[in-house]
Design a protein around this ligand. Structure first.
Ligand code: T4K
Length: 394
């Protein structure tokens, strides 16, 4: 029997922040049979090449190479561009963005975020530039694009490389322009938790054809030919089984997008009148990547802080996530790194909450979660006849 709190029944099974979208099994089965028959399992086989071509078209980018995950795609982009010294980035991101910089032997320098987009603030970037800075990595957080024009202008003026982490922005367009067309390179993550995925995988979009061969060498041990290993490379290849999954996810993705749009709309409807809750939206002229459903909580108005809400939802078996808390700049490995005043990033890390977002949740599921949040607000305000909830404060 599921618990009922405030008249709202808890979910029978745990509801996580996401649940991977899977195409009908029979569709993948056909491709797996081809792989079985050919015994071609990896090293840029036919499924890989087909997926690379289809994604290049789908993302509307000039060039794209596939990798075993997004983190390695980013790392290899930095290596291919020969980035050393300092790299300006945001602390309000998944650890992978900053780890990619550090693993290349470069030094992350943390800039603050824009309070509206939650992406790297170009004004902070300008403040942190010095002679040792070689590159900027902006993250299109939750699929909201960075201020690409301002960053491009700064990068050009100072001779810096500009790379974007679009792990959350698959399919996003900005005034009709594909998100992968900005800067020197753009990384996409195809992890299982992403709308488009290959279970594990990643891609790098870029426009300079001279980069292509270097990327290909770096992802495959530096092998130029049977007789020659041209440079120090790693193993970052996407295998045939991952590519087969990706091809069928891509072919059936629109159905998931449509369902997610309904989920997002249900959250917006359900929470628009809840004091202190704002559903984070991508903004005018930007197509929603539908990767995350994020709310921002104003404790004074809502009556509970973000951590208390996050904990309280678990009683209904709703496991939301606090992406991105803690800030990367607070990780022990990065505490000594140079940083600007990170006031806006610190505020965002305290106030955001990613609610469950996947097609199977349905509008009904999102409405129910919105009701839970509304109920908690009424309850802390003493409007339900029950006492307020100090016990929910973790
Ligand atoms: N840059 C940014 C801005 C990123 O957000 C990420 C990844 C990267 C770079 C790196 O890209 P990759 O190298 O991963 O391609 C998850 C993902 O693993 C990670 O890819 C993602 N960002 C990050 C935001 O979220 P965790 O540690 O929070 O995942 P986990 O295992 O807790 O999964 C979240 C929920 O999803 C689970 O509670 C249940 C559900 N789930 C997860 C998996 C893996 C499933 O239902 N099935 C599954 O197979 O990092």
């Amino acid at each position: 029997m599921s618990a009922t709190i405030g008249g709202i029944e808890a979910f029978a099974e745990p509801i996580y922040v996401t649940r991977p979208f899977l195409p009908p099994f029979e569709r993948v089965e056909g491709r797996l049979r081809e792989i079985w028959a050919s015994r071609r399992l990896s090293n840029m086989g036919p499924q890989h090449d087909l997926l690379q071509a289809e994604l290049t078209r789908h993302l509307g980018v000039p060039e794209l190479r596939l990798f075993s995950n997004g983190t390695l795609a980013l790392q290899i982009a930095l290596l291919a561009m020969g980035i050393t010294g300092k790299v300006l980035t945001t602390p309000f991101t998944f650890s992978a963005t900053v780890h990619a910089i550090a693993l290349c032997g470069a030094e992350p320098v943390f800039c603050d975020v824009d309070p509206h987009t939650l992406c790297i603030d170009p004004r902070s970037v300008e403040r942190m530039i010095d002679d040792d800075v070689a590159a900027i990595i902006g993250v299109h957080v939750y699929g909201t694009p960075c201020d690409v024009d301002a960053l491009s202008h700064i990068a050009k003026a100072h001779g810096l490389k500009l790379i974007f982490d679009a792990a959350h922005a698959f399919g996003t367009t900005l005034q009709g322009r594909p998100i992968g067309k900005f800067g020197d390179a753009t990384m996409f993550s195809f992890h299982a938790t992403k709308l488009f995925h290959t279970a594990e995988g990643g891609g790098l979009a870029f426009s300079d054809p001279a980069l292509a061969h270097k990327l290909e060498l770096l992802r495959n041990f530096g092998i130029e030919s049977e007789d020659e290993v041209a440079l120090v490379g790693t193993n970052a290849k996407l295998n045939e089984i991952q590519a087969a999954i990706g091809l069928e996810v891509l072919a059936t993705l629109e159905s998931e997008r449509a369902l997610r749009a309904e989920v997002k709309a249900a959250y917006v409807r359900g929470l628009q009148d809840t004091p202190g809750i704002r559903v984070v939206q991508p903004g005018a002229g930007i197509s929603d990547s539908l990767q995350y459903a994020v709310i921002r909580i104003d404790e004074a108005e809502f009556g509970m802080n973000r951590d208390a809400l996050w904990a309280a939802l678990k009683d209904w078996k709703v496991f939301s996530r606090r992406y991105f808390f803690p800030l990367c700049s607070d990780f022990p490995s990065y505490r000594a790194c140079q940083r600007d005043n990170l006031e806006q990033a610190e505020l965002a890390a305290r106030e955001v909450l990613c609610l469950p977002m996947f097609g199977d949740l349905g509008a009904r599921g999102a409405e129910r979660i919105a009701q839970m949040i509304q109920y908690l607000h009424r309850r802390v305000r003493g409007a339900t006849g029950q006492s307020s909830m100090p016990s929910y404060t973790p």
